[in-house]
Ligand binder design. Structure first.
Ligand code: TYD
Ligand code: MG
Length: 457
């Protein structure tokens, strides 16, 4: 009989200890250690496919300059948002962790991918739903891929047996927390099970060059349940976010070995699955019949993609002693700084006013190019004068009230022009911009006062 050993694992970060401890020395969480049985003899047995291909091959060091690189292969993904977030398609043999809160739409997005990737044999393994449930969902989404297989199974050994038969070109696991391997005795979802199952799938992905998606649940605290450990094992970590009560979903990269982590994908949840939102400005700007004060449009960059977004401010006289400052989607300290600039450099008395700021669409904006739009929204609300429709802003504001340049300004101007805007306020310090090249009027300004002059006369 295999000798068994019990080890205590932190369910938060995966650290282990031979005895129970109250506070994890690695992540600092309290009361997260639980006992898990690890059977010692079983561990080194690799799944059958590993011994076949890697039999006895020992890697030798090579000179970096002598390593040959073939052309980078990417498997095309029909879904443009996902493809961009992944860095331009799927990399063969990559392991991708796809996290999100329950009910956000992870299974829907992955099933949609599986059912629509024409010309690829896809295996969708579900440990959470029955075949009938998946079929019903797939019918709502639409099935266009005749080579899409469904398997409801939770044992990795059985899954690998089926994989040998079907030889899929893409594997999707829904979810990693439901899998279990015979090599470990603890229950599914525990740290050691999750880690071992992911390690088996990692070996499979690397040996067979098949990309693998692992769906993972997120805990209430917002981290991927249990396996922080998973984050360093996988190549890419994607996170699906959004409010369940709203229809928009954001797909972010937390880590990506094959692309940028600043890309953002946007989807809309509809009755027939998730729709890609290729032009985010359409949802981030509200069409209004008449202009209202306190609303401005900023031209931002999310990753490589320019988008226009609505910034709303409300300034009112403080009802109680201390004025309130509140902001959603924008850094509160940065707002305080911008208000201080307005007070000191331009003489606006905002010290006794409540200031509320809101970025449309539930986005969190970090691009400093939104500064000028924020400042103008605050002033427009303060003076109760609406800003003319067709005006937008793309500039950072410095501590002395100077209008500073932002990156990729040509792209931003082009986007604003494409969406029918008539005027854009930018920094005069951008080199080589010719006003004649654009169909949109460029206001190139150097100081914040010049902007007010232009806007409010
Ligand atoms: P699901 O993919 O099951 O979430 P997860 O796998 O992340 O737990 O998504 C479930 C939600 O999506 C559910 O509340 C219903 C909604 N939904 C739609 O609105 N339209 C659809 O076409 C589908 C398939 C689901
Ligand atoms: Mg699900």
């Amino acid at each position: 009989m295999a000798k068994t050993k019990s080890v205590y694992f932190c369910q938060n970060c995966g650290a282990q200890s031979p005895k129970w401890i109250g506070r994890c020395p690695s992540c600092g969480e309290w009361n997260t250690y639980t006992e898990e049985i690890v059977s010692k003899a079983a561990h080194p047995q690799a799944p059958a496919f590993v011994s076949k291909s890697s039999g006895g091959r020992v890697a030798k060091p090579q000179l970096l300059s002598a390593v040959t690189v073939g052309e980078e292969v990417r498997l095309p993904v029909y879904d443009k948002e996902l493809s961009r977030v992944l860095g331009g398609g799927l990399v063969p043999g990559s392991l991708i962790l796809f996290g999100g809160e329950p009910g956000i739409g992870k299974s829907t997005l992955m099933l949609q991918l599986a059912a629509n990737l024409k010309g690829m044999r896809v295996l969708y393994v579900s440990g959470e739903e029955s075949e009938q449930q998946i079929r019903m969902r797939a019918e709502r989404i639409g099935i266009n891929n005749p080579d899409c297989y469904i398997l409801t199974e939770t044992s990795t050994q059985h899954i690998f047996q089926q994989i040998e038969q079907i030889e899929p070109q893409l594997l999707i696991i829904d979810s990693i927390q439901t899998l279990h391997t015979a090599h470990i005795e603890s229950s599914p979802g525990s740290v050691s099970q999750v880690r071992e199952c992911a390690a088996e799938l990692l070996r499979y992905a690397k040996e067979s060059d098949v990309p693998v998606f692992l769906i993972g649940h997120i805990t209430k605290e917002g981290s991927l349940a249990g396996p922080k450990v998973l984050e360093h094992m996988v190549d890419t970590v994607l996170q699906f976010e959004g409010d369940r009560n709203h229809v928009y979903r954001l797909l972010r990269t937390v880590k990506n070995r094959f692309g940028s982590t600043s890309e953002l994908g946007i989807y809309e949840m509809q009755g027939s699955g998730l729709r890609e939102v290729n032009n985010p400005s359409e949802i981030l700007i509200t069409a209004r019949e008449e202009p209202v004060s306190g609303v401005t449009i900023a031209v931002l960059l999310e990753g490589m993609r320019p988008m226009l977004i609505e910034t709303q401010a409300l300034v009112s006289t403080a009802a109680y002693g201390t004025p309130q400052r509140s902001s959603t989607g924008f850094d509160l300290r940065r707002l305080a700084m911008l208000l201080a600039v307005l007070e000191k450099r331009c003489g606006f008395r905002l010290g006794q006013k409540d200031v509320f700021l809101n970025i449309a669409g539930g986005l969190k904006v970090e691009d400093p190019g939104i500064d000028l739009a924020v400042v103008c929204a605050v002033l427009s609300s303060n003076a109760d004068i609406p800003i003319a429709p067709g005006v937008c802003f793309a500039s950072e504001v410095g501590l002395s009230g100077e209008i500073r340049p932002v990156n990729r300004i040509e792209q931003r101007i082009a986007e604003a022009e494409k969406l029918g805007f008539k005027e854009i306020y930018i920094s005069k310090y951008h080199k080589g911009l010719k006003a004649g090249d654009y169909g949109i009027k460029l206001h190139q300004v150097g100081k914040i006062e010049e902007v007010f002059g232009g806007l409010f006369g």
